[in-house]
Design a protein around this ligand. Structure first.
Ligand SMILES: [Zn+2]
Length: 130
């Protein structure tokens, strides 16, 4: 184990981009094997080689820049997914709807009948069935 630690000293290691590439590679491998797509399997080999290269790389600054670029695209997708998951989780207790004026997403507690709602964003007041 000490030899491996010495080998990895000064090398980049894994980050979010490497993990995303590994997951994408595994999915593409599964699809390639299921449908006998030879070029897809070759592509996944290239992806796995890129993962190994990034992990072993000593050019840490370049790898961090690549990861930063990836996160610029990934973080909005991730927060959208987390937001949708939270809405699904709490939809038993809250009713979600959009403001008729500015389309801001709002929520009210369920089972309170017709209630007066004022939008936090545009301050429009309207009656909403909960
Ligand atoms: Zn509004």
């Amino acid at each position: 184990m000490n030899g491996f630690r010495n080998f990895m000293t000064g090398r980049y290691g894994t980050d979010q981009l490497t993990i995303a590439l590994l997951v994408a590679g595994m999915i593409l491998t599964f699809i390639g094997n299921a449908f006998d797509l030879y070029f897809l399997i070759m592509l996944t080999n290239a992806i796995f080689l890129a993962c190994a290269y990034r992990t072993m790389s000593k050019n840490i600054l370049a790898r961090q820049k690549e990861n930063y670029k990836f996160l610029q695209y990934w973080n909005p997708i991730k927060s959208w997914g987390v937001n949708k998951y939270n809405i699904l989780k709490s939809s038993r207790n809250y009713k979600y709807f959009k403001c008729p004026n500015c389309k801001q997403e709002l929520r009210v507690p369920r089972g309170k009948g017709k209630i007066a709602v004022s939008c936090k964003k545009c301050n429009m007041k309207f009656i909403q069935n909960s």
